[in-house]
Every structure is written in C-alpha cells, then in structure tokens.
Design a binder for this molecule. Sequence first.
Ligand code: SAH
Ligand code: SF4
Length: 362
Amino acid sequence: MTGNTMSKKIIQDLTKEELSELIKPSFRAKQIYNWIYHKYADSFEEMKNLPKEMREKLDEAYTLTPLKTVMVQNSKDGSRKYLFELHDKHTVEAVLLLMRDKEYHEDGSVKHQERYTVCISSQVGCKVGCAFCLTAKGGFMRNLTAGEIVEQVRMIKKDNAIDANRRVNIVYMGMGEPLDNLTEVAKSVKIFADPEGMAIATHRQTISTSGLSTKIERLGKMELGVNLAISLHAVDDELRQQLMPINKAYNIESIITALKNFPVNDRKRVMFEYLVIKDVNDDISAAKKLLSLLDGIKAKVNLIYFNPYGGTEFKRPSEKDMKTFQEYLTKRGLHCTIRESKGLDISAACGQLREQELEWEV
Ligand code: SAH
Ligand code: SF4
C-alpha cells in the first residue's frame, strides 16, 4: 500500500453495515471483512476476489494499516506488550496476555490450551488523572477512533499467528478511560463482535472504568452485553478523592446507584478492581467497608498489587496483607481474587497494563 495514511480514512472504523452502504453490491462488504479480520490483509491489492477497479478505489480512499508497531516486549510468562504508533505519531500500548487453561478432550483426557486476552487502549493519555497512574502523568491527547481500537487486536492476532477462529477475550484496560470515549468504544465493541469479522462475543469483552456514573448508565442502556469492571480502589469518598479526583464529580454512592440499573449477564458479576497500595488502602477496616458497600450487588473483587514505577511515592503491599484482605472477604462470601502479576518483568512506560489478566467465567 502506498500513500499517506493521514489523508485516508481508516477502513476498520466502519461497521459491516456502514461498509455495505458504501460498497455495492453489499456482499462485497463481507468479503472485505473476511480479508481484514480473517486473512489479516494489509493491502487492498491482496483482495483478489474483488474487481481490480474496486481495489484501486478502496486504496485511494482508505488505509488498512493505521498503526505501526514501534516496540514489542516479551515477558517470561509469555505476555507480550506492544507499543503502537498512530498516524499523528502518538503512541498507545496494548498487551497480549496468555493463560494456560485446562481443557478436556471428550474422552476425559486433559489437553492444555493457551487462552488469549488482549488488553487495549481507548485514548492517548487520560483526563481522569488518578494519582497512582502512569498514563495520567502524560496528560490527555486525544480519543482513539473505533478503527484504531480494533486494529490493536488485529495487529496482535496477526503478529502471533492467532487463528481467526481462536477464542480471544478483550479488556479495555490499557491507556485511557473508555467511558470518556463512549461512542468510539461502543462502536469498536460492535465491530469486534461482528460474526463476519473477529466474532468476539460481547460477553468476552470487558470495559473497565474509573466510575463515570452517568456514562455507566448510558452504556447500560445500549444493551451491548459487555462486562463491566469498576476501578474502585478506595471505600470512602475522602480517600478515593485523593487517589482519583474524578470522585468529586462521581462519588462512590453514584457509582453504586448506576450499577444497580446496569444489565449484568446472568452468568456474570460486576468486577470491582481494587488496587492495593501499602499503608494507603490495605487495612482490614477497608475490607470490612468494602463488604458492606457491595452488599446486594452481584460483585467480584479483583485485588491488584500496586506496581511501583520510578518517581511514585506509592508502594506495593506485602503478600501477607493481600492474603489477609482477600481471606476476610472470601470467608464472608464475596468472590475475591488476587491478580497474579502477568508480564511483571516487562519494563514499561505504562504501569497499569501489566496485571490485568482477568479470569472471567466464560
Ligand atoms: N481508565 C480505566 C481503564 C484503564 S486503567 C480504569 O481506570 O478503569 C486499568 C487498571 O489499571 C485500573 O484498575 C487502574 O487502576 C490500574 N492501574 C493503574 N496504575 C496502576 C499501577 N501502577 N499498578 C497496577 N495497576 C494500575
Ligand atoms: Fe485514567 Fe484509568 Fe489511569 Fe485513572 S487509572 S488515570 S482512569 S487510565
């Protein structure tokens, strides 16, 4: 492919319906989707079952390669972190997380299979400004388009030769606040889910938010069927406000109220992420409050070790304190996991991408 990507539209920005409006006859849209998301085509030239004239026209108007890989880091545990450059030179990160998953053959014998989760970014930087977060330090640049979000997964699948039909989970837990870019994020959810595209069911997609209550409500009304993860991190407004200034606009109560109306899949729970910071929020009294706060909500808590990075005053909690915190909750019937540190050895600019493997009951 030639030409300046900046002057061209990103074809991955289009849903299949939009594409079939633009390109007639409409079965062409299916073919193009197949080339992009199944065969991982990087040029229109490759799309040999399209008329030559159509391929040329497409190439004049669209780019298929809106992202450039500028760095890949491999972790000992098999996770891979990608740094992608956008057409305007900004960069975003995405991570491929691998889990060894136990699966069984029909005869009962165990076969092991890798399970893939891709953690993606939704914005360049973030406006929310959490005190512990590296992304926040760089300020906010811009929203990603749906196509730029979708492309992170396509690039990673292609680079790792992950077959188009292999099951992949998506977590919107990279850089940015997804609900601050709701229109493009919702569009990307639909593009991911298209059966003729990547076919990643919406219940395999998880949106993580710092708690923009009004947007949680709006997302709920869209009935997309996505999972929700709330970055709670503190159980009282005073501390939460210090850690997450957004709490001034959307306090804990407003989040809980928004959640009560959120459509949660019968087999699922709302995930509460609780970043544990030594001597800040790791006290057992916090666990106690958390328990009463989540009373009546189909919740699951994910305790995350704070990942220290250069220049932060926050510290990683001890394993003992994490266990005590977890046991307090599980003994009282709350689902609670401690996140193992996937890809911890990957030195990275973005502190938060590393411990985000989720174990959804799917
Ligand atoms: N903006 C959204 C999604 C991206 S952040 C949100 O905040 O939910 C994804 C997760 O990474 C959040 O739970 C965030 O609190 C966590 N995180 C941020 N900095 C971290 C760090 N230094 N160590 C571990 N997790 C971190
Ligand atoms: Fe933004 Fe999430 Fe980082 Fe907070 S933790 S600054 S919401 S990316």
